[in-house]
Design a protein around this ligand. Structure first.
Ligand SMILES: C[S@@+](CC[C@H](N)C(=O)[O-])C[C@H]1O[C@@H](n2cnc3c(N)ncnc32)[C@H](O)[C@@H]1O
Length: 257
């Protein structure tokens, strides 16, 4: 591992996922570095002065497809997926393509990397324009997707809207904070470094136990949530945690997967 990689953490990828050199992104682009915020307002404190708790690495489509097969959006009109550190929004787009609006009402992403979000927004708008055959199809993704710039570790600071149905219609968005988004969502997706996950674990545990949310973790197990694991494992490279469906033993799960 190079020096640069070490200073920004390392997500060890499985052998079949090639390194794209994205780890140098923050070292080589000082403008991406966020100001250090007061630790008192953070959901958790983290040593990285630049605010990033994980480098950018998109979730592979095939792994996400497998994970989404175990996800149920079952509260019509309410279900919302929140990706904490959404990168280029691939997870949100794939979920919106997989689930109709009658099941998945909103897909929301927050990321600290503004240039990445802006590039993602351009790509999404172009792609949707090119692939949409009818306005309905076009709207079905864009009317449910929200992207915000901000620090996922800070609860009460206003997030900046990058893309939202209101923004596309030229209307004003209400002010949104991480606290509101976490309150409003039904499913939380995370693909962050294990150290960040362990700091987020109390919040995720509360989300599962108190507000009955489902937590989806790409690549990394969250040991603090182990008793709520209902799908996935090392072999699958994803973990689904849910308090609402009865837990099966790991051996049972491996037999069934
Ligand atoms: C491993 S990537 C995952 C991207 C996306 N969720 C996916 O699975 O395809 C982690 C993302 O977290 C973002 N990130 C890291 N620290 C953050 C912070 N403090 N607040 C918001 N986003 C952050 C990074 O910019 C990066 O895009």
């Amino acid at each position: 591992m190079s020096e640069g990689q070490e200073s920004h953490g390392n997500i060890q990828e499985p052998d079949h996922i090639e390194s794209s050199g994205e780890y140098d992104r923050y070292r080589d682009n000082p403008e991406l570095l966020a100001e250090t915020k007061l630790k008192t307002s953070r959901l958790f404190s983290f040593d990285w002065a630049n605010g990033f708790v994980s480098p950018f690495r998109p979730t592979p489509r095939d792994i996400l497809s497998n994970m989404l097969q175990h996800v149920h959006f079952s509260t019509p009109g309410k279900d919302t997926l929140l990706d904490l550190g959404c990168g280029d929004a691939v997870v949100l787009i794939q979920a919106l393509e997989t689930f109709p609006s009658s099941q998945l009402v909103r897909a929301i992403g927050v990321d600290l990397d503004k240039p990445l979000l802006e590039t993602a927004k351009e790509g999404i708008l172009q792609e949707r324009k090119a692939s949409a055959t009818t306005n309905d199809e076009h709207d079905s993704i864009l009317s449910r997707l929200e992207l915000y710039h901000g620090d996922l570790t800070i609860k009460d600071e206003s997030l900046t809207t990058i893309l939202s149905p209101n923004e596309l219609r030229g209307q004003c968005d209400r002010e949104t904070t991480m606290r509101q988004l976490i309150d409003e969502c039904s499913h939380i997706f995370v693909y962050l470094l294990p150290e960040a996950l362990s700091k987020l674990a109390p919040l995720l545990l509360e989300a599962i136990e108190v507000t009955q949310k489902v937590v989806l973790s790409m690549r990394w197990e969250i040991p603090e949530l182990a008793k709520y694991q209902v799908h996935g494992g090392v072999g699958q490279q994803y973990y689904v945690y849910d308090n609402k469906i009865p837990c099966v033993s790991l051996t049972e799960m491996e037999k069934n997967e």
